[in-house]
Design a protein around this ligand. Structure first.
Ligand SMILES: [Zn+2]
Length: 570
């Protein structure tokens, strides 16, 4: 007798092959049979009209804080994610010396915009080594599987103390010690190591995170530790400048150690390569024995500016700050509707010097109403600037009134890299075999970004709704966030629906699958705020054979585990 039988679904099995109709049977947390007619089950679900897919494997998240207090790991779990990988981009909470946790918290606050008060209240650091950290995670219940990297920033601060935090050069002895920490962490079950080589990442006090300027001897040293451990991914976020400008060391290291490198390339004017050149380099290098993957997202990271966000076009105005101080959201909305207040704020100007923030609050040609349902690929003529021109008004006026729509909850969306006002440039990245679907950043950037919904967006936008250009086949889009992501991390027990595989499954009403606009909630420890985003259309999510969500409601089942190391195939 099967534990669970899903009848008559359209099975999209994660391998990329064409979907087919049939039953899926599950027993003891594993898939027993796929397709055809299955024998009876203790529980049966009629999946007529539903897609049956593997659970999503999201490899780029920052739930390192939230994992300590939230067994649901929302919003990713609301979007069909059944395995997530955190500890990306060099930041995380282990290893750590007792009493030094505050530095790692300041780093996570600065880099990922997760409030210090929230992290301090939410994390009970009862570990020192990375292995003890994994043990602590294993003692907690949760709704899905989590795996993590050893974060280089934490390792550097742990081994080198102040010298490490201040980005002084590592001695050969420091490097040997860091390599040992990484090796032990991976042997204890980490899925790899991660490092940050971008000037974008700062601590709360605006200092560059440890390892930003690490020499090649250091980054190669910890990469070789991965090679010695024999598994794990080297996750690197880089501005592609300096030692990284031509990516040579990464290709050589990967070929030498056999370990895959997963690169989040932050391309800017200063970068030594454009994204197209990065992809060409990786293709050449992989032909010569390297294993490099470029991380790509289903949409560019987008800043969400609303009256509840960290930043919006008027948030730095002195008048706004004075007039709105101490008010609740509802009171603020009411006061902003007062014509005198409106005039006063509109006559003022942003009080910021920092170029990046100024560009953000005043860049009206890249500001769009996100709307409901949200439109992440808007046309150029729908920007706030273009709309204002047509209406013979100032962009500030249009932005002001936009923020007040939907009871003051409308969002001004600013995609951070939106070439040609279209996603046509993203499409070849999504189909390139040397890329991996990534960058959802779940759990991070709480006050201004919410891209954890990317797995859902792959299906709604890229498979079904996109009207401005080519779309992707359903089977391919599913494979990108199941088989392909799981395989990179050696999680060969999941990512496809086949006999003996882990029973992580989504049942999706594809016609009804729909994103809601992101919304701000105040449910983090110490009343911290974060954007979340809901979706309709996930009928059931199943982890280890147990139904964790039914019709968007959590069932209370907590079958999630900490994934440690390589997972053997069925
Ligand atoms: Zn990241």
């Amino acid at each position: 007798m099967n534990d669970l039988v899903i009848r008559n679904g359209k099975i999209i099995d994660g391998t990329g092959r064409p979907g087919f109709s049939g039953d899926l049977a599950i027993a003891y947390g594993k898939i027993v049979s796929v397709g055809g007619k299955a024998g009876p089950g203790h529980r049966e679900i009629d999946a007529t009209g539903l897609l049956v897919t593997p659970g999503w494997v999201d490899i780029h998240t920052h739930y390192d804080g939230q994992v300590a207090w939230d067994p649901y790991l929302s919003p990713s779990s609301w979007h069909g994610v059944t395995t997530l990988v955190m500890g990306n981009c060099g930041v995380g909470f282990a290893p750590v010396h007792r009493g030094k946790e505050a530095f790692l918290i300041s780093m996570m606050d600065g880099v990922e915009d997760i409030p210090t008060a929230t992290l301090t209240a939410g994390i009970n650091s009862e570990w020192e080594s990375f292995g003890e950290y994994l043990d602590a995670l294993s003692r907690m219940k949760r709704v899905l599987d989590v795996g993590t990297h050893v974060p280089h920033c934490a390792v550097r601060a742990y081994v080198m103390g102040e010298r490490g935090a201040e980005n002084q050069a590592a001695t050969p002895d420091d490097i040997a010690q860091m390599a040992a920490v990484v090796r032990d962490g991976v042997k204890a079950g980490a899925l790899g190591v991660s490092t940050s080589r971008t000037l974008v990442h700062r601590t709360r006090d605006k200092a560059y995170v440890p390892g930003t300027f690490a020499g090649l001897d250091e980054v190669i040293g910890i990469g070789r530790a991965l090679g010695e451990a024999g598994h794990g991914v080297y996750e690197i976020i880089s501005d592609i400048t300096g030692d990284d400008a031509n990516l040579d060391w990464m290709a050589r290291l990967s070929a030498e150690t056999g370990r895959p490198i997963s690169l989040a390339a932050l391309i800017s004017r200063r970068s030594g390569m454009k994204m197209r050149e990065v992809l060409e380099f990786i293709e050449r290098s992989n032909g010569n024995g390297a294993r490099m993957m470029a991380q790509v997202g289903a949409r560019p990271a987008g800043s969400l500016m609303s009256l509840q966000s960290s930043v919006h076009p008027f948030s730095t105005h002195r008048s706004y700050r004075q007039l709105m101080a101490g008010l609740t959201h509802e009171e603020r909305v009411a006061r902003m509707r007062d014509p005198n207040v409106r005039a006063q704020i509109l006559n003022d100007a942003p009080a910021v010097k920092e170029e990046q923030t100024l560009a953000m609050v005043a860049n009206f040609q890249h500001h769009f109403s996100l709307g409901d349902p949200p439109d992440y690929e808007p046309t150029a003529d729908s920007s706030i600037l273009e709309r204002a021109k047509r209406m013979h008004r100032t962009p500030q006026e249009v932005a002001y009134d936009t923020l007040l729509e939907r009871d003051g909850r409308e969002i001004i969306y600013m995609p951070l890299a939106y070439k040609g006002y279209s996603f046509d440039g993203i499409l070849p990245q999504l189909t390139n075999p040397n890329t991996v679907l990534s960058l959802s950043d779940g759990g991070a950037h709480c006050g201004v970004i919410c891209d954890a919904s990317m797995p859902t967006y792959m299906l709604t936008h890229w498979v079904r709704d996109r009207s401005r250009g080519e779309r992707l086949p359903l089977e391919f889009a599913v494979r990108r966030q199941t088989y392909d992501t799981a395989k990179l991390y050696g999680l060969l027990d999941r990512g496809t629906l086949g006999p003996g595989m882990k029973a992580d499954v989504n049942l999706i009403d594809f016609e009804r699958l729909q994103l809601h606009p992101p919304e701000m909630v105040f449910d983090l420890p110490a009343n911290g705020r974060r954007f979340v985003q809901r979706a309709d259309g996930y009928k059931y999510t199943i982890v280890n054979g147990e139904v964790t969500f039914a019709d968007g409601q959590a069932t209370g089942a907590m079958p999630g585990k900490v994934v440690r190391g390589l997972q053997a195939p069925a």
